[in-house]
Design a protein. Structure first.
Length: 176
């Protein structure tokens, strides 16, 4: 029997920092997690590279003895590096985007940082719509046009901190 686990949704606002010099604001607040391609800012909509999400959250209770605390990032596009309270815990590049954060979480206020890196597709598509002198990227063979669909990007969530209770395993010996 595995008792139900408890969870805490870590929702907005999120402070987001983008790599410098890429046509994005250096820092912006997202009231909620959203796909970069759905943002009104052209620089964010076509951004390709690394952005860092920061959020503090409170853990009010001690976790049950023997349990683990799992951070579930939900949907991420494409790679995520997870830090809790300054401690790098994992690089996640495939779903499920989950990591055991038990060793880094403390009672009280905690800081979560998620560095997200996406592919070049969105920047290449954005640049294809610009005059050559304004483009940030170049290719020897044009494989992306201004009409190429944008790919979802960023930390989309929802983000949860889950406490997994210890499993009670009842084993019986097979009849001999």
């Amino acid at each position: 029997m595995i008792p139900p686990s408890s969870s805490l949704e870590i929702s907005g606002p999120w402070n987001v920092s983008f790599a410098h010099g890429r046509g994005t604001p250096e820092k912006i607040t997202f009231d909620q997690l959203t796909d970069w391609t759905k943002r009104p800012e052209d620089g964010i909509r076509h951004f390709s590279g690394k952005a860092t999400y920061r959020r503090t959250f409170d853990v009010l209770e001690q976790r049950p003895l023997g349990s683990a605390m799992i951070l579930d990032l939900g949907e991420v596009n494409d790679i995520a590096v997870v830090r809790v309270n300054g401690r790098e815990l994992a690089t996640l590049w495939l779903p499920p985007y989950r990591v055991d954060v038990t060793a880094a979480i403390k009672p009280g206020t905690n800081t979560l940082e998620v560095e997200v890196v996406n592919t070049w597709n969105n920047r290449l598509a954005g640049d294809a719509a610009l005059p050559v002198g304004q483009r940030r990227t170049s290719l020897t063979a044009a494989s992306v046009s201004k009409d190429t669909p944008l790919k979802p990007a960023g930390l989309l969530g929802p983000v949860y901190l889950r406490t997994s209770s210890p499993a009670e395993i009842n084993q019986t010996r097979p009849a001999e």
